[in-house]
Design a protein around this ligand. Structure first.
Ligand SMILES: O=C(CO)[C@H](O)[C@H](O)COP(=O)(O)O
Length: 248
């Protein structure tokens, strides 16, 4: 009998395989490759399908993790200096709402993920069913990842805590946001991103207007990027526990 952890892994794999099969055709020359545990399956599928891919395929990784995995799998990796326009990017997500707004950054790679997604003609999400929500903040309760320069982290935290849920309309649910500095697990001190920055996790409860919340957060001096990806994804694939995949 499969454990629930096995079912989740199968769900991630199904979603990743289907997205690769639907989007990475022989016309895709420059492919953005996201970060996280679901993306590992997408890289497996790319390796399996290698003979069917563009002969000069270049992959643009969004993190140290995906760069290493792509090199190990024998793919050519490139950067945005040489390839500023990306045909398709496939990436994981922490949560996706009904309008395909996405929380990303559970793996602290939100800055490069955002840059690569913004450089892409098509941005596709792969995830398991636990990430499929009506509103952001519904299932992902670890907060919105916010990358900040170390010098500014404390003042950014204080300014986020002063945000209030309602301007003209309700932007988020929680009366007073709470914010934590993300700490490393096997190192004393904070998580340091691939760009040498810190990550804050900000809790807003349900997020009703992610675009408005993004606008408020990105204006705070010291914030480098916010893990809210609004209006960027063209499609999301969710693997389900019953072995099927839903896409929207
Ligand atoms: O945004 C990310 C990393 O910054 C990941 O894509 C996100 O955390 C999903 O990861 P996983 O596939 O392991 O659930």
């Amino acid at each position: 009998m499969s454990s629930s952890a096995d079912l989740i892994e199968t769900a991630k794999q199904l979603a990743a395989y289907q997205a690769v099969d639907h989007y990475v055709n022989p016309q895709v020359r420059v492919l953005g490759v996201g970060s996280g545990s679901t993306i590992v399956y997408a890289i497996h599928r790319l390796a399996e399908q290698r003979a069917q891919l563009h002969p000069d395929l270049v992959c643009i990784p969004t993190s140290f993790q995906s760069r290493q995995l792509l090199i190990e799998a024998g793919f050519r990796v490139g950067d945005l200096d040489e390839f500023p326009q990306v045909d398709v990017t496939i990436d994981g997500a922490d949560e996706v709402d009904a309008q395909l707004n996405v929380i990303k950054g559970g793996g602290a790679a939100q800055l490069r993920e955002k840059v690569v997604a913004a450089a892409s003609k098509v941005f596709v999400i792969v995830a398991d069913h636990r990430k499929d929500s009506t509103h952001l903040g519904q299932q992902w309760t670890k907060g919105v990842p916010i990358e900040v320069i170390p010098f500014a982290y404390n003042t950014v935290m204080a300014q986020i805590a002063t945000l209030r849920p309602t301007s003209t309309t309700a932007v988020f649910e929680q009366n007073a946001p709470t914010v934590t500095l993300r700490m490393a697990l096997r190192k004393a001190g904070p998580v340091i991103t691939d760009n040498g920055n810190f990550v804050l996790d900000a809790h807003f409860g349900l997020i009703y207007a992610p675009g408005q919340l993004f606008d408020q957060l990105i204006r705070i001096p010291g914030v480098v990027e916010v893990g809210l990806f609004c209006g960027m994804a063209a499609k999301a694939y969710f693997g389900k526990a019953d072995g099927t995949v839903v896409s929207r």
